[in-house]
Unconditional design. Structure first.
Lengths: 114, 115
């Protein structure tokens, strides 16, 4: 079984400030990790993903995430946020072998204030 | 090219009625997923189709829920005898890879309201 915990349901931040959205997972197998974003009134889209290789993954819109196997974390970061980053962010995990079933976290609402 | 489309975009039904939700995946995508998104609950996996393999139905919440995928393309999610707790946004996604590790492309969703 696998699970994803997004520790913050809501993260308010001022424009141009740095932000970190936290994600922890548990799994008995090797995993692939994803961050998806859902802008207001839009569908979900992939922000970035970790499959293998370098643990620092860069995505769209200046976001990056670091896979930390020992801490089972995949936190999302951006050094300077913009108003347009206001959205719901979902962390997801899937097994990298054997039975496949994607598991999503409950989401973190990033609210960027001017 | 065209993305994943879902219909209807909104559906209001009475408790006890059956509903069918449709998903048109991106052409050529072999993987197709259904999720349910409830307020404050994140995305709940329902079912996964991969090519001609038997679908992974492990996420379906009850036997009132079923899904099929015809010709490896269009998929229909059917909810029989709807209950008020079925009210949610139902999302469909398709993927080009084998599912594991593959990016999912989401449709706009069908918002279901059961009165």
């Amino acid at each position: 079984a696998q699970s994803v915990t997004q520790l913050d349901s809501q993260v308010p931040v001022f424009e141009e400030a740095p932000v970190e959205l936290r994600c922890n997972y548990s799994s008995s197998v090797s995993v692939y990790l994803f961050w998806y974003v859902q802008y207001p009134n839009q569908g979900l889209q992939l922000l970035l993903k970790y499959l293998s290789g370098s643990t620092l993954v860069k995505g769209i819109n200046g976001f990056e995430a670091e896979f930390n196997k020992s801490q089972t974390s995949f936190h999302l970061r951006k050094p300077s946020v913009h108003i347009s980053d206001t959205a719901e962010y979902y962390c997801a995990v899937s097994g990298s072998g054997g039975s496949y079933r994607p598991t999503f976290g409950r989401g973190t609402s990033l609210i960027v204030h001017p | 090219g065209a993305g994943v489309s879902q219909s209807p975009s909104n559906k209001v039904t009475e408790k006890g009625k059956d509903v069918e939700l449709r998903c048109d995946p991106i052409s050529g995508h072999t993987a197709l997923y259904w999720y349910r998104q409830s307020l404050g609950q994140g995305l709940e996996f329902l079912i996964y189709f991969q090519g001609n393999s038997a679908p992974d139905k492990s996420g379906l919440p009850s036997d009132r829920f079923s899904a099929e995928r015809t010709g490896g393309s269009v998929s229909t999610l059917t909810i029989q005898r709807t209950q008020q707790e079925d009210s949610a946004v139902y999302l469909c996604a398709s993927g080009g890879g084998a599912g594991v590790g593959g990016t999912q492309y989401f449709g706009p969703g069908t918002r279901l309201l059961v009165l």
